[in-house]
Design a protein around this ligand. Structure first.
Ligand code: NAD
Ligand code: TDX
Length: 340
């Protein structure tokens, strides 16, 4: 059942200056010394070259550019043997305020990368999200599997769903050598302060109150970003072409439980937060069944102690104020406009 092992030497990582992409670049540099990485990143508000600063120059090269730029892709893709596609507009709240960049980067950008993969005969791995499946009820015993029908709710998740479908079509129609992964909510270092966990940690570090949407009972299935990276590597190198693999680490938790854990671990009272306006269309629950990935590729998460992962993440934000401070005010100003 296992496909032959693919041994890439020269990969392009799109979005390698963002949260999950940069963690993947660190993972590859550390675990796979034979591999050279070209990061292609537009450096939007979410991209920061500091995320990959200090990595050896002979192993990692940064090309600043747009995945929608077909001429640029024709210049850089030859000579590489795989594209690992992380670049995206990634934040649901932003997609609700202004969906246009999500259509361009997530749909048009994926189309341009698939066309480049086709023209230059390189392998393609598509990084996507469990949000393409919509949501589950809190009392539903079901979890998402690779066979769950697509049912996205937000402008963000609908553009990710569209991009997944393009990958399937390009594989079946043109034979592009592609794999897809859909992962649950990531946490860890280098995550932008617009996202739930870093927003609350940095609010507390600044003496501000965390903000909880709606009734706080929404459930997310948390995975450490390092475990996401190891799974993507397994799928890229040993996954079957044309297949989708769900990535998750059995980390379901309600938002209020996560927030209370952060408050307690940071020495604050567990009710020291503000209830704020709910996100329109807010998905209730995500949950991943990663049986296929575990059985077929033997992958296992290493960071299964959520409390320890949270402590390490809190420590990282405490120690890297110079990294998050410059973007904190602008992020909070956006939230203030939205009543959140
Ligand atoms: P992020 O917003 O932190 O980073 C996105 C990166 O893409 C940034 O460096 C940005 O500069 C770059 N980028 C944006 N538009 C670009 C363009 N047009 N051309 C080139 N670069 C561009 O995102 P993230 O949270 O690290 O997510 C990375 C990927 O993982 C996304 O595809 C997302 O859908 C997926 N994903 C995220 C999560 C999560 O929990 N954050 C979970 C599952 C899947
Ligand atoms: O201040 C907040 N208060 C709050 O209650 C923020 C920013 C969020 N929330 C809630 C909304 C969600 O239920 O916390 C939960 C997590 O929110 P986000 O961090 O915005 O993540 P989510 O919308 O679940 O999407 C994330 O996981 C799937 C990523 O941002 C996506 O890129 C990924 O595809």
């Amino acid at each position: 059942m296992n496909a032959a092992t693919f041994t890439p030497k020269n990969i392009i990582v799109t979005g390698g200056c963002g949260f999950i992409g940069s963690n993947f670049v660190h993972h590859v540099v550390r675990e796979h010394p034979e591999v050279h990485v070209t990061v292609l990143d537009k450096l939007t508000y979410a991209g920061n070259p500091e995320n990959i600063a200090g990595l050896p120059e002979d192993r990692v090269e940064l090309v600043v550019g747009d995945i929608c730029d077909a001429d640029l892709l024709d210049r850089i893709v030859p000579g590489h043997d795989a594209i690992v596609h992380y670049a995206a507009e990634s934040h649901n709240d932003n997609s609700i305020a202004d969906p246009r960049p999500f259509l361009r980067t997530n749909v048009e950008g994926t189309f341009q990368l698939l066309e480049a993969a086709r023209r230059h005969g390189v392998r393609y791995h598509h990084v996507s999200t469990d949000e393409v499946y919509g949501d589950l009820a809190l009392d539903d015993p079901a979890r998402f599997t690779e066979d769950t029908p697509y049912h996205p709710s937000s402008p963000y998740s609908s553009t990710k769903a569209a991009s997944d479908q393009l990958v399937r079509a390009w594989h079946r129609t043109y034979g592009v050598a592609a794999t897809i992964s859909n992962c649950s909510n990531n946490y860890g270092p280098y995550q932008h302060v617009e996202k739930f966990i870093p927003r609350q940690i940095t609010n507390i570090l600044m003496g501000r109150r965390p903000k909880l949407y709606g009734d706080g009972r929404n459930v997310r299935d948390w995975i450490h970003t390092e475990d996401h990276s190891s799974a993507v590597w397994e799928i890229l190198t040993r996954g079957r072409l044309g297949e989708t693999y769900l990535i998750g680490a059995d980390g379901e938790r309600s938002n209020i439980d996560v927030l209370r854990a952060i408050l307690e671990r940071m020495g604050r009272s567990s009710d020291d937060f503000d209830w704020v306006r709910d996100r329109p269309g807010h998905d209730r629950r995500y949950a991943i069944d990663a049986t296929k990935l575990r059985r077929e590729l033997g992958w296992e998460p290493a960071h299964t102690d959520f409390a320890a992962g949270l402590d390490a993440t809190i420590a990282w934000y405490r120690e890297h104020e110079e990294w998050w401070r410059p973007v904190k005010e602008a992020t909070e100003a956006k939230y203030a406009e939205q009543g959140q």
